[in-house]
Design a protein around this ligand. Structure first.
Ligand code: A2P
Length: 279
């Protein structure tokens, strides 16, 4: 028979705010997504972000470990009982060099304080909403595309995603394809509502059906011609933006050029912007 020595058994150290990884999927050598358990008490609005991470390496002298945390958009909707994240892998990135190796059953740290500007409350009512993403900036839209409120508030949802190559579009492409075909989603959101989604993927460094930066394609009118849309107008169009700092700066000018103004939670207007986690 087995015996447990209760005198020498040490408690297993648990991370503060620990959550357990339930699944991991690698999309390319630069991109992966994963799901973790959701604390019962965690409330958030679709589109918000939280701080997540891992324990850092022990300090060389003191041996002390500090949590290594970064802001990550929650890619799952507010009603989901798990949390999903979509991440870049940076080989010498302090966090993602380690985070890319997580496996189901591992623990990550999740600070339970969701915040963010990419929320419906920060926009005035409109007819059409544009989600403009580059790279991992797709994450908050993976949440908002599965959020019923998106379809209650808008007649049309245009999702643009610009990536370097075709493989980097796959997470978003698959999510939208599966969302439209999923019976549970059709029940939750409505098949007619899901038909409101217009997906507009573009690549910049590999041949694909639509090439170019979305900023250029907006400025030269290609997007509008392709989608049969009469341009972006203050009366009807709203936008949410998530990408690199440079992208955010450039599209801000493009949207302001159409007469749109940037809003906030406390001051809803025509568009909102958030920086995607890039390293
Ligand atoms: P490009 O290949 O021309 O740099 P990254 O993977 O580096 O985060 O980039 C994601 C996508 O965003 C790439 O297709 C990249 O195009 C595009 N991008 C980068 N900066 C800008 C910008 N300032 N305006 C529009 N698109 C951009």
């Amino acid at each position: 028979h087995s015996q447990v020595n209760t005198q020498t058994a040490k408690p297993v150290p648990t991370l503060p705010d620990a959550q357990t990884v339930t699944s991991v999927k690698h999309w390319t050598d630069r991109l992966f997504s994963f799901r973790v358990t959701r604390p019962a008490s965690l409330r958030f609005r679709s589109g918000e972000f939280v701080m997540i991470g891992l324990m850092g390496d022990p300090h060389p002298e003191t041996g002390k470990q500090k949590p290594l945390l970064r802001a990550y958009s929650i890619a799952s909707p507010a009603w989901d009982d798990e949390l999903e994240f979509y991440s870049i892998k940076v080989q010498d990135g302090p966090l993602t060099s380690k985070l890319q190796h997580i496996q189901p059953g591992d623990e990550i740290i999740l600070r339970p304080k969701p915040v963010g500007t990419l929320v419906h409350d920060a926009l005035l009512p409109g007819k059409r909403i544009w989600f403009f993403a580059t790279g991992t900036g797709f994450a908050p839209f993976a949440s908002l595309l599965r959020e019923p409120e998106t379809y209650e508030k808008f007649d049309e949802v245009v999702v643009t995603h610009t990536c370097r190559d075709v493989a980097e579009l796959e997470y978003g492409r698959k999510l939208i394809e599966e969302l439209k075909a999923d019976e549970m989603m059709q029940e939750l959101i409505g098949a007619d509502n899901l038909a409101k989604i217009r997906y507009y993927p573009t690549t910049t460094r590999e041949e694909s059906p639509k090439m170019g930066r979305i900023t250029t394609l907006l400025e030269d009118g290609t997007v509008f011609k392709d989608l049969g849309i009469d341009g972006i107008q203050v009366d009807t169009d709203r936008a949410m933006v998530c990408g690199s700092l440079e992208f955010n700066k450039d599209i801000l000018k493009v949207l302001e050029g159409f007469g749109l103004e940037e809003g906030a939670n406390s001051d809803p207007k025509h568009f909102v912007i958030e920086k995607a986690f890039v390293g």
